[in-house]
Design a protein around this ligand. Sequence first.
Ligand code: UD1
Length: 361
Amino acid sequence: MTDSILHVVGARPNFMKAAPVWRAIAARRRPQVLVHTGQHYDASMSDVFFGQLGLPEPDVNLEVGSASHAVQTARIMTALEPVLLDRRPAMVMVYGDVNSTVAAALVAVKLGIHVAHVEAGLRSRDRTMPEEINRIVTDRVADVLYTPSPDADDNLAAEGVEPARVKLVGNVMIDTLLRLLPAADARWRETWAARCVSPFALVTLHRPSNVDEPATLERIVTALGDISRSVPLLFAVHPRTRERLASLDGRIDRRRVELLEPLGYLDFLALQQKAMFVITDSGGIQEESTVLGVPCITLRENTERPVTITMGTNVLVGRDMTRLCEEVQRVLRGERKPASVPPLWDGRASERIADHLVSIA
Ligand code: UD1
């Protein structure tokens, strides 16, 4: 066993969570190892984030790529095991709820290596979401559970998790957001200000429940077309969605709905903070928009981030396109939901993690 901290990242939303934790542990001079599973591999889904977020080149890339859930998870497990046997870290850090998270947690815990889960305790109570299964299993096996908000602590307590394993630290994604807002402002001025009409709204969609079923995606595209007649839309298209959208391409008025490649962190943040509102099914964007004070309309029936609704700017409309259009009209009329930033979403969550971690590992 060495005294190193080994971080496992794999998919886009992991990178902005791991970056501030990496920096905070580096400042405490602990040796660290970065493993990229290769779950996301396109430059626009992965490389661009490493540069912008200040993450170093990964020490190891498992290059697992895309596959079914079982195959992808198994590939990560098989490829990670020899790495952990070789490196023998004091702690494996896993982030969020993607397949790389659960796969790494399972491998480490079976080798008797301690696991810390950052963003623990979130629950949508929707077991049709692959992420919900990943969250439940990861929290079940991890030794240390770093939670972003009190609802997560309540969920873990209700599942019988011993309080000693749980530490409320706040939201690491917001550490990255607050640190990089000035750089995103600069990106806005340099790249986007001249080419965006004002106002505009920003769209992202990638959940299987919204994009995998052609009839559902068609209804969403029709609603976006209606909305775009009131306010032009910028749609940053995830690769998963791009394939599915191809058959609907003729239905999209490209003068009012601009389709963009997946954006890097700074470009997306630049657009998000200037948008009149966002329409999304992402988890992280519900949180970021709350901190930015930008209205967020979420195309999901449930959320594992309820604090963004009770305190923040988020509203859920499910797959009800009438409700989506009503919420947009509300924003256009200037009817803003009163909103505030949740406690501990203050830019210092990773410092709290690092302080705790070096005291136990
Ligand atoms: C994954 C996460 C999801 C997260 C999302 C953010 C799981 C179960 N899901 O979903 O929680 O919100 O990342 O993006 O881990 N693809 C590419 N290039 C890439 C990566 C993917 O073209 O670099 C395409 C492939 O066709 C692939 C599909 O996207 O089959 C889906 O990728 P996958 O990693 O399985 O899931 P995401 O939908 O990205």
